[in-house]
Design a protein around this ligand. Structure first.
Ligand code: FMN
Length: 194
């Protein structure tokens, strides 16, 4: 039981992937999960480009930056790169402040994907001008984020916060992601100084 919560507990960013194709029908289902996310005033400013063509995968990859705290160790090496991307766009003519809508939609897509065994990395560090040219994205659509996808080929675990938010990789390649403890950020009824 608690299916969604279990998936949320299990979810970690993945940056190395098996080279197994994700069926397009499944990628469409993931976008559909995003489409149905909450949206301010129900304006629904987001649009999505699914990329799974091998030439374009290489070109999109070249516009992305990975795991800044440990760069370049977090870069997916050749043979471990994402097998699909979803580019999340915001139509500024519908809502120029659509970032929260995009974020809700992205999290929906991450969880929809994970339920099907697909790992992902939400990427905000993008050479946007270059990506716009590669994918012929029209000017009124702002590039919000890229969601990199694939069947996982690495392990990542959450650990309790010990003074630093910096994720790290151990000698066996396992990612460790410090998360602030619940009691340090949870207040009940009124703010209580910790
Ligand atoms: C808005 C946003 C932008 C992010 N941008 C990048 C990015 O450009 N490159 C990257 O490797 N990871 C990126 N991430 C992933 C974060 O590094 C990751 O979520 C964080 O380290 C926590 O790890 P977890 O997702 O496993 O909990 C981004 C995440 C968010 C929410």
């Amino acid at each position: 039981m608690d299916k969604v919560y279990q998936i949320i507990l299990k979810r970690r960013t993945i940056r190395r992937f098996q080279q197994k194709r994700i069926p397009f029908a499944l990628l469409k289902k993931i976008v559909n999960g995003g489409r149905l996310a909450p949206s301010g005033a129900n304006l629904q400013p987001c649009a999505y480009i699914v990329v799974d063509n091998s030439t374009l995968l290489d070109k999109v990859f070249a516009t992305l930056k990975w795991a800044g705290y440990i760069a370049p160790a977090g870069n997916p090496p050749e043979g471990k790169r994402p097998t699909a991307y979803i580019i999340i766009l915001i139509n500024k003519e519908i809502n120029k402040y659509g970032e929260k809508d995009a974020a809700a939609s992205i999290e929906n897509m991450i969880l929809t994907a994970l339920e099907k065994g697909i790992g992902s990395c939400w990427i905000g560090s993008i050479e946007r001008g270059r990506l716009r040219q590669i994918l012929k994205i029209p000017e009124e659509h702002k590039i919000d984020s890229v969601l990199a996808l694939g069947y996982p080929d690495e392990k990542s675990v959450a650990e309790s916060f010990k003074g630093s938010v910096k994720y790290w990789k151990d000698s066996s390649g396992v990612f460790h992601v410090p998360k602030r403890d619940l009691n340090s950020i949870l207040h009940h009824n009124v703010w209580r100084q910790k």
